[in-house]
Design a protein around this ligand. Structure first.
Ligand SMILES: [Zn+2]
Length: 247
C-alpha cells in the first residue's frame, strides 16, 4: 500500500468558526434553492492562507455540518483526511483558486435549467437586472476538447485546469452536459451568482417559449449595474440564511 508516500500538506492555520458556518449555510441555502441537489458543492479559500481551501467531505449539500468541512491544498490534496470520503470533483475548486487570485468562493452545481444552455447553441445572456453579472458572455467548457471520451466529471487536476482556463476571467462557466461553476470574491456573492444563474436560465427559457426577439440587457446596462458600488448581497443572504436556520 503506497497511499501515504506523499506527506499530507500542512494546514493553513486556524480559521474563524463563522467562515466555516457560512460555508455550511451556503450549501444548505443552495440545496433549498434547488441549485444543488444530492450532488454539487461549494468551497471557500482559506481566509488566511491563499494556498488552501475548505470543502466538505463527500456528502449531499443539504446535510453537511461544520465537522464535515475538510481543508485542501490547491492540488486538492487533503490536509487531514481522517478516512473521510472526498468529492471526486474537488479539482474544480483547487484549480480555479490557482488560476484566479480574485476568487475566494466557488460553487459547482448541476442546476437543471442551466444545462440545456450548455448543450445547445443558445447562449445564456442576462435577461434581468438581477443577473447583470452574466454580461459579457458565459463560456461553455467542452470537456471533449480537453480529453475526448470521459464520464464528464472533473476527476483530476488536468481537467480542473482546463475548466479554469475556460472560465477565464468570467463569473460563471457552463460545463457541457454537466452543469456550471459560479465564482465570487466571497461566499455571499458566489451563492448569489449560482442562484441567479439558475433564475436567469428559467426566465430566458420562458422568454424563448413566448417567441419573438428577446431584448437582453445591453452592454451599457449590465456594465452600469455591475459597476455600482451599492450591490446589496447581504439582503438575500440574510433571508436565505433565516429560511434554512429557522426550526
Ligand atoms: Zn459535477
Amino acid at each position: 500500500m503506497n497511499q501515504h508516500i506523499v506527506p499530507a500538506p500542512k494546514t493553513g492555520g486556524p480559521v474563524e468558526p463563522s467562515a466555516l458556518e457560512d460555508l455550511v449555510l451556503a450549501s444548505h441555502i443552495l440545496a433549498e434553492q434547488g441549485v444543488l441537489d444530492g450532488y454539487g458543492h461549494c468551497s471557500i479559500r482559506h481566509p488566511h492562507a491563499k494556498e488552501r481551501f475548505f470543502l466538505s467531505a463527500s456528502l449531499s449539500p443539504a446535510v453537511i455540518a461544520t465537522g464535515d468541512i475538510m481543508e485542501y491544498d490547491l492540488d486538492s490534496n487533503p490536509v487531514d483526511q481522517r478516512g473521510r470520503k472526498m468529492f471526486l470533483e474537488r479539482f474544480i475548486h483547487g484549480e480555479i483558486y490557482k488560476a484566479r487570485p480574485d476568487v475566494n468562493a466557488v460553487v459547482h452545481s448541476h442546476s437543471p435549467t442551466v444545462i440545456p444552455f450548455s448543450v445547445t447553441t443558445v447562449p445564456l445572456q442576462p435577461i434581468c437586472h438581477m443577473s447583470a453579472f452574466l454580461g459579457g458572455g458565459v463560456p461553455n467548457f467542452e470537456i471533449h476538447d480537453a480529453a475526448q471520451i470521459t464520464d464528464l466529471l472533473i476527476r483530476d487536476n488536468y481537467l480542473g485546469r482546463a475548466l479554469a482556463h475556460s472560465l477565464g476571467s468570467f463569473n460563471v462557466c457552463l460545463m457541457r452536459g454537466h452543469g456550471s461553476v459560479a465564482v465570487g470574491p466571497d461566499i455571499m456573492t458566489a451563492v448569489y451568482r449560482a442562484a441567479y444563474t439558475e433564475v436567469n436560465a428559467k426566465l430566458q427559457a420562458q422568454a424563448i417559449a413566448l417567441g419573438g426577439p428577446i431584448r437582453f440587457l445591453s452592454q451599457g446596462e449590465y456594465e452600469k449595474i455591475e459597476g455600482r458600488g451599492d450591490k446589496n448581497y447581504e439582503r438575500p443572504w440574510r433571508m436565505w440564511k433565516e429560511r434554512v436556520t429557522k426550526p
